[in-house]
Write a protein that binds this ligand. Structure first.
Ligand SMILES: NC(=O)c1ccc[n+]([C@@H]2O[C@H](COP(=O)([O-])OP(=O)(O)OC[C@H]3O[C@@H](n4cnc5c(N)ncnc54)[C@H](OP(=O)(O)O)[C@@H]3O)[C@@H](O)[C@H]2O)c1
Length: 316
């Protein structure tokens, strides 16, 4: 495992995302939650992963409970991140909800407490009063945001009166917007980008095709997994496959290696099995050359999926 240091914290460049734990939309079932999830988390930590990401909203608390159960014996090996859903983020509510998350997680301190999405009604100044109180009381060690633009991240700094440690954003070969500003800011200011959906929900693993479409709700609702988009991605998936051969790796690992070559960036893939968690951890040790990084970027830029338009149906 490779680690980076951000504001004195040693963080594995690959973390573990746990939206999958207990979330019906992933369709992994109850045996996955009870038996697989603790094993996945343990395999991840044994492979050197220390960043575990969850949220109060995942499975309506089930993910936090599962994570809490699984880290009981290994709390000191984990940098634990959870998120506050943007529902009435005002100080008294934040106090209660943070304590509830800590209780479900079975901890007296949360390492990173993130605002899950911007709330466009409650001013950041008000929300950050609540977050500041949590920092001052020691219930949380760092404050983070998620799905924030650069401008909003800077506004969050100002409202908090201290640097907001991290921004968790969608970031992968498919979704490359964080390269326009967020990554540069994180590097210059000693902050962290947590890249979510780093495998584009499994799309970049190359195992899905028009003859092998995924069946769960998360992916059925995702435009990427339409047959025509899987076909359009042939060149990108082919490049991933070629590089996988070159580095004796798997396409998903190459997709992760591309991402964690970026400064101050860690990827937090979810996993449906222990084997995947281990493979993802191993991706930390792949040293992609600059030329291969560039070749992947070009293949990704050449992929033009048909995207949904809310008003006019599908558009390019
Ligand atoms: N802040 C936010 O708004 C936000 C939003 C979304 C996600 N997140 C966080 O980010 C985490 C990861 O994102 P995500 O779950 O959306 O997408 P992801 O990590 O891109 O995809 C996860 C899925 O990819 C497949 N996979 C994982 N490792 C693999 C491997 N080595 N080889 C082949 N397939 C593999 C698995 O599905 P199959 O095996 O079923 O194919 C797995 O469930 C979440 O768990 C959550 O913690 C945050």
């Amino acid at each position: 495992m490779r680690y980076i240091e951000v504001r004195g914290e040693k963080l594995s460049v690959i973390g573990l995302g746990t939206w999958q734990f207990g979330s019906l939309e992933w369709g992994y079932g109850s045996a996955y939650l009870k038996e697989e999830a603790p094993r996945i988390l343990r395999a991840a930590v044994d492979a050197g992963i220390n960043v575990i990401d969850t949220a109060e909203i995942y499975g309506m608390g089930r993910s936090e409970r599962a994570v809490g159960g699984a880290i009981k014996e290994i709390r000191d090996r984990v940098f634990l991140a959870t998120k506050l859903a943007p529902i009435a983020p005002v100080p008294p509510v934040i106090q209660v909800r943070a304590r509830m998350s800590a209780r479900r997680l079975g901890v007296d301190r949360i390492d990173l407490y993130q605002l899950h999405w911007p709330n466009l009604i409650v001013p950041l100044r008000i929300t950050m009063q609540g977050i500041r109180a949590l920092l001052d009381s020691g219930l949380i060690r760092h404050a983070g945001v998620s799905n924030y633009s650069l401008e909003r991240w800077k506004a969050a700094d100002e409202a908090l009166g201290r640097p907001v440690f991290s921004n968790q954003v969608e970031f992968s070969l498919i979704e490359r917007k964080p390269l326009d500003g967020l990554v540069g800011f994180a590097r210059a200011e000693d902050r962290l980008i947590l890249a979510y959906s780093p495998l584009a929900k499994g799309f970049l693993s190359g195992k899905y095709s028009k003859n092998n479409l995924p069946s769960n709700a998360v992916r059925r609702a995702n435009y990427l997994f339409r047959s025509e988009n899987l076909e359009r991605a042939a060149d990108l998936l082919g490049t991933l496959g070629d590089l996988a051969k070159k580095y004796s790796a798997e396409p998903a690992q190459i997709a992760l290696a591309w991402l964690i070559k970026k400064p101050n960036t860690i990827a937090i893939p979810g996993a449906s099995s222990e084997a995947q968690a281990r493979k993802n951890a191993e991706a930390a040790d792949i040293e992609l050359s600059d030329e291969d990084e560039e070749a992947l970027q070009q293949a990704a830029e050449a992929f033009e999926p048909i995207r949904p338009s809310p008003r006019f149906g599908l558009r390019k």
